[in-house]
Design a protein around this ligand. Structure first.
Ligand SMILES: Cc1cc2nc3c(=O)[nH]c(=O)nc-3n(C[C@H](O)[C@H](O)[C@H](O)COP(=O)(O)OP(=O)(O)OC[C@H]3O[C@@H](n4cnc5c(N)ncnc54)[C@H](O)[C@@H]3O)c2cc1C
Length: 405
């Protein structure tokens, strides 16, 4: 943010800056000379660094104090992200757990769940993953088919498959959306569970991306036993619980613009190094368009922050920040690739990762089409998409959709 800090915010910023100056030499090196290469070693080092950030009060900034957080607001979270970026050190490893799943557990979980799970998550001792998407349930998340069956003793048995599960290969726990009742409409028969990733019957298989990394996985559940107290937010209330996670996911990606390095000044300086491109009117024109989009996102971000600071929940328009930031940065990546040619993807290029990773980010946290649909319907009041599934029990849906096709 470049709005002026209040005296309190300024003092907070100095406190963080002081801590980072003192400890930055302990941070793992992930880029450039001396960077760690081995994936296991990177995870180990980043977990330890997350523990240090938590000790230094730079993790869980907005969590309540009773669960180890700082009890501060979203503006302090942004200040913390900015100071971490300024110090050029990695942030926390478990951004999904701390940023999205913990707020869900805080909002919907039992006191026992909060006490048991949040502390080890914050310190990086137990990493978490989000087990929502399935091969036939991504945009249409309420169509999940992973099934949990209630046993006579109150425990559950889980069977099914998840996909695109970031960090599952080193996670200790996952928050999983499963169908517990197929005889009611699809949004109603869902329940959220905490699943231990080392449980009998859990199999994790890595998926390698074009960027060379294997960040996400397929996860299979073969009659996995879950205790009765694995349920988060009540049986049949899984959809409402999932919406809390999705809201935090979109806000996290949408507000992460500067932290993720999608910065038009950086893009412009890369292009300016090429004497020909610097003067090319088409390149300059495109760069101007990208810069104005990213500027608009920044102001949308301020609006979201203001809503959060006042204790309000950001509306569906917050999803538009995610769409714009990713499409603006993707256009910038394309432009840089046009200017630099194949060098843009060379191993030592600072742009290679961004260019190959960004197309995937178009899907993460909701695709552009889905987020635009939501804005069209809920912000602009356009007519809703036709829905074939309204009020129909999930168990009857496949045959109805088949008949309509
Ligand atoms: C980097 C990355 C990390 C991820 N991490 C996780 C994770 O940790 N946990 C997790 O659970 N999931 C994760 N995901 C999955 C992500 O949430 C899904 O990719 C996303 O919800 C889209 O679902 P899908 O891939 O099944 O695409 P689909 O839903 O099959 O969509 C395919 C295409 O059809 C379009 N489309 C679908 N429905 C409509 C419609 N009604 N109107 C117009 N267009 C439509 C979509 O916009 C898209 O272009 C991750 C994805 C990525 C890329």
């Amino acid at each position: 943010m470049d709005l002026e800090d209040t005296p309190e915010q300024s003092a907070y910023r100095s406190q963080l800056r002081g801590w980072l100056e003192e400890h930055r030499s302990e941070a793992p090196v992930l880029d450039g000379p001396g960077a760690l290469k081995d994936e296991d070693e990177i995870v180990r080092a980043r977990r330890a660094w997350q523990g240090k950030l938590a000790e230094g009060a730079l993790a869980g900034v907005t969590w309540p104090k009773e669960y180890g957080g700082q009890g501060l607001g979203p503006i302090e979270q942004v200040i913390c992200n900015q100071e971490i970026a300024r110090a050029k050190v990695p942030g926390i490893l478990d951004a999904i757990g701390v940023g999205m799943l913990a707020p869900t557990i805080i909002a919907h979980g039992s006191e026992e769940q909060k006490t048991r799970y949040l502390g080890p998550m914050l310190h990086g001792d137990e990493v978490w993953c989000q087990l929502f998407s399935e091969p036939a349930a991504g945009s249409d998340l309420a169509a999940v088919q992973a099934k949990a069956r209630l046993q006579d003793d109150g425990s559950w048995r889980l069977t099914g498959q998840k996909v695109w599960t970031t960090n599952a290969h080193f996670a200790s726990y996952g928050l999983l959306l499963a169908r517990t009742d197929s005889d009611v409409p699809k949004h109603k028969g869902l329940t959220m569970f905490i699943v231990p990733m080392d449980g009998a019957g859990v199999t994790v298989r890595g998926l390698r991306q074009i960027s060379g990394e294997a960040e996400f996985n397929e996860v299979f559940f073969d009659d996995v036993a879950l205790d009765a107290d694995a349920v988060v937010g009540g049986v049949g209330s899984g959809w409402g619980t999932a919406l809390t996670t999705l809201m935090y996911e979109r806000v996290t990606i949408g507000l992460g613009g500067e932290g993720m390095g999608y910065n038009s000044i950086r893009f412009a300086s890369a292009i300016a190094r090429d004497a020909h491109a610097r003067r090319d009117p088409e390149v300059r024109h495109q760069l101007g368009e990208i810069a104005s989009e990213l500027l608009a996102v920044r102001f949308t971000g301020y609006r979201t922050l203001t809503a959060l600071q006042k204790g309000q929940i950001p509306g569906p328009e917050a999803g538009l920040a995610k769409v714009t930031i990713v499409s603006g940065a993707t256009r910038a990546g394309d432009l840089i690739a046009d200017v630099l040619g194949p060098d843009a993807l060379a191993d030592d290029s600072e742009w290679a990762y961004m260019i190959s990773f960004l197309p995937g980010l178009k899907s993460a946290g909701g695709t552009e089409e889905i987020l635009r649909n939501t804005v069209g319907e809920r912000v602009l009041g356009l007519p809703a998409e036709p829905r074939l599934d309204k009020g129909i029990p999930f168990s009857e849906l496949r045959s109805k959709e088949g008949a309509a096709a």
